[in-house]
Design a protein around this ligand. Structure first.
Ligand code: ADP
Ligand code: ZN
Length: 741
């Protein structure tokens, strides 16, 4: 036998393993052993790597060559008989891996539901349908359904004619358990479905678009066959969502699918119920609280074309829709699109690249577009459509900057703010107070000796929680009970200093003893469910006053909220992060959007010690557009993003000297090959230099031309990795960082 024929069925297969390893690995696949078996790009395989078994995806082949002297291992198992990641998605993954300098296998793994990353078989999709039984209808009538979920599900089944499991994808809560209960009680029946109606239910909208919206719709629809980034720039309530819906209807009618990204699920319940009403079972909902089996069935429904719309948060950008015709990113400026841990990608930017690769348009919607997007509009890269009217004639919100210098504050609240609260509450309306600091007080100080309690592992003060009688570190989770803290002096005369949502809550309850108060922050809201319950109670007007952190700043859309008080507008003005100002401006505009939604006059009150602060004045007096024009010009002068690209390399170690010497080495490596295309700072201590016992430094790299990031940094990564191994420390790279501290 000639060597040629001996290895006829052999291929060398490149596998991206689901592990944090930057290279792909070569294996041999021999189909001679099994005539039926072939291996395709995009299928999962089981391989052996460094003495352990791993799952990975086949990303390419090359011909087996007998002259190849390397001893390659065999593929242990081919898991899928057909590709489960498409070529298009693989190409997106490989773009992202190279742009963000992140291991390819880890990027691809995001495209699969959790269990399938571990090698589980693709489950057969069984279709069931559910119906309400007569007993169920009777129970509804007799109001004997207890349990809010069961009631909601039962009503849902009554209202929705097409009850396959994909229908339930649009529900925001875990529906499996209550649905099982309904079947157990005989209120609902479950049966296997026949082929599903192929005609989707389409509910015609009652809204007639105004001329501005019509114009937006027709501009977008003229661009459906090609890549285009189109910014829908319109204040809250200007009717963006109605425009999305109309365009989506057109896209679905042509048999195509839509990816709709939104920053957050819990706060967008209204939007989701609008989706459900309009598009029914054509929508799959995907977010981090979904269970594994829900993710798998959403993933399958997207692949099979059973659903036309995938509505989801950041991670939904990785789900394949084989027939994708349009991407929409709502609230595109929101920093929730950026992942801060691990793989530091921006879902908005991935979405734009995905649209480009698919030659389809992408709509970026916002009342306060990010500076990146504004710069792209100015340079002509993106189109912009402005919506200036508010169709439902919402009453404009008046904004007052309240100078609190010298005035006596009651736990941070001025008499003027308390008086305005009373006024709105007396009218039977609701009030939101906003403070971006949770806990009772940001620190506890001894009045006798001045001692302040620090976290022993972080460069941070411990936050005081009065109700739980503890001190807690917000950076590493360390907690200590007050009874156990060490003695600082003879007096040990500890007092809280500064404001937190807990102390505001205490004061508000003192001022308004007969009103219902709820606090919304990461301490009071531990789960999506409890958040939803709180939001419902606000909507049902069981609550008069809401006190919250930024959790409530966006999408909180309640008709009866007419006053928004920003307790401390100053705390955000003095951050050294160059994006802090932009975020403050966006926040102020978004918070303003919270009031006056229901046709009642809205009012916003900003308490500040710096009433003449230029950022505050520009935003309040001139609006977002005026502010952003000026601020963008400043960014350009200062050579900051979006006018240059930025990359940050962070390093941390328990050994004080290591991060700095590592980063000095990295700087040298980068500058060696860069021909001056990169501007690299010296190692800078992070704002919180010590965190969870680790010392942290960073290197800020500025790049004039985006393509140079890849050329100059990409080639250096292996050397940087070597250096990190030698010095023994953790490091990470962040391309287009959102915070630089
Ligand atoms: P946005 O998404 O910009 O915040 P929405 O699309 O949610 O705005 O519209 C705000 C409100 O105005 C919604 O209640 C919506 O139903 C209503 N609306 C939007 N467009 C129209 C229109 N052309 N005619 C009547 N009502 C409209
Ligand atoms: Zn700590």
């Amino acid at each position: 036998m000639s060597p040629q024929s001996r290895c006829k069925g052999k291929k060398i297969v490149q596998v991206a393993v689901f592990a944090p390893l930057r290279s792909t690995f070569d294996y041999v696949f021999d189909s001679d052993n099994d005539e039926d078996l072939d291996i395709k790009i995009g299928t999962r395989v089981r391989v052996s790597l460094r003495n352990s078994e791993r799952i990975g995806i086949v990303v390419s082949f090359s011909r087996f060559d007998t002259s190849c002297r390397r001893k390659l291992k065999n593929i242990l198992e081919v898991i899928d008989n057909k590709p489960i990641v498409s070529r298009k998605m693989l190409s997106l993954a490989s773009w992202a891996a190279s742009y963000y300098h992140h291991p390819l296998g880890e990027v691809i793994s995001l495209m699969l539901p959790g269990k399938m990353r571990k090698g589980d078989r693709v489950p057969l999709s069984k279709s069931y349908i559910w119906h309400v039984s007569q007993a169920g209808r009777d129970a509804l009538e007799a109001r004997t359904v207890n349990g809010a979920r069961q009631l909601e599900l039962l009503q849902f089944l009554v209202s929705s004619p097409n009850n396959g499991s994909e229908t339930f994808q649009s529900l925001t809560f875990a529906w499996q358990a209550p649905l099982r209960k309904l079947v157990e009680k005989g209120w609902a029946t479950k049966s296997t479905s026949k082929a599903r109606d192929s005609d989707p239910i389409i509910v015609k909208s009652k809204v007639i678009l105004n001329p501005e919206q019509m114009n937006a719709k027709s501009i977008i629809e003229r661009n459906l066959e090609k890549f285009r980034s189109i910014v829908l720039y319109g204040v809250t309530g200007s009717g963006k969502t109605e425009v999305y819906f109309e365009v989506m209807q057109t896209v679905i009618s042509s048999g195509k699918q839509i990816l709709f990204l939104l920053p957050e699920i819990a706060l967008t319940k209204h939007l989701i119920s609008r989706f459900r009403k309009r598009f029914g079972s054509q929508v799959a909902l995907l977010h981090s609280a979904r269970s594994n089996s829900e993710r798998i069935s959403a993933w399958q429904d997207c692949l099979s074309g059973k659903v036309s719309i995938l509505l989801g948060t950041r991670s939904a950008v990785w789900f394949d829709l084989p027939n994708l015709g349009l991407i929409i990113v709502d609230e595109e400026h929101d920093s929730a699109y950026k992942q801060y841990d691990g793989f530091k990608y921006s879902a908005r930017d991935i979405a734009i690249v995905r649209a480009k690769k698919n030659s389809i348009p992408i709509i970026l919607g916002s009342a306060t577009p990010s500076f990146e997007t504004l710069a792209n509009i100015k340079s002509g890269k993106y189109d912009v459509i402005k919506l200036l009217d508010r169709p439902r004639a919402l009453v404009a919100t008046s904004t007052k900057i309240l100078d609190v210098r010298g005035s006596s504050l009651k736990s941070g609240l001025s008499n003027m703010l308390i008086e305005r609260m009373r006024h709105h509450l007396d009218l039977g309306q609701q009030v939101v107070l906003f403070l971006n600091r949770r806990g009772y007080a940001p620190l506890l100080i001894c009045r006798d000796c001045g001692d302040i309690r620090n976290c022993y592992r972080c460069d941070a003060y411990l936050v005081y929680y009065k109700s739980r009688k503890i001190l807690s570190c917000h950076h590493c989770g360390y907690e200590i009970s007050l009874a156990k803290i060490s003695v600082c002096c003879e007096g040990q005369n500890m007092e809280p200093l500064g404001l937190g949502t807990e102390s505001i809550e205490e004061e508000v309850k003192r001022q308004f003893p007969n009103k219902n108060v709820v606090r919304v922050d990461r301490d009071s809201v531990k789960s999506g469910d409890s958040f939803e319950i709180i939001l419902n109670s606000i909507e049902e007007k069981k609550v008069d006053i809401v006190i919250g952190t930024q959790m409530i700043s966006k999408g909180l859309d309640f008709e009866n909220v007419t006053l928004v008080g920003v307790v401390d507008a100053d705390s955000r003005l003095y951050s050294i992060d160059f994006r802090a100002e932009e975020r403050l401006a966006q926040l102020l505009i978004q918070v303003t959007g919270r009031a006056g939604r229901g046709g009642k006059a809205g009012e916003m009150v900003l308490q500040t010690h710096r009433p003449d602060n230029p950022v505050l004045r520009r935003v309040i007096d001139g609006g977002y557009e005026t502010y952003s024009n000026l601020a963008l010009a400043e960014r350009e002068l200062a050579q900051l993003p979006p006018y240059v690209s930025m990359v940050i390399i962070r390093a941390e170690s328990q050994q004080v000297s290591r991060p700095k010497s590592f980063l000095l080495g990295v700087k040298k490596l980068l500058e060696k090959d860069s021909d001056g295309k990169l501007k690299v700072t010296d190692p800078i201590p992070a704002l919180m230099t010590q965190r969870a016992g680790r010392h942290r430094y960073l290197l800020v790299i500025r790049v004039m031309k985006k393509s140079d990031i890849h050329d100059c940094i990409g080639s250096t990564i292996p050397d940087i990795e070597d250096l990190a191994r030698k010095i023994k420390l953790r490091w990470a790279i962040d391309v287009d960082p959102h915070d630089t501290l």
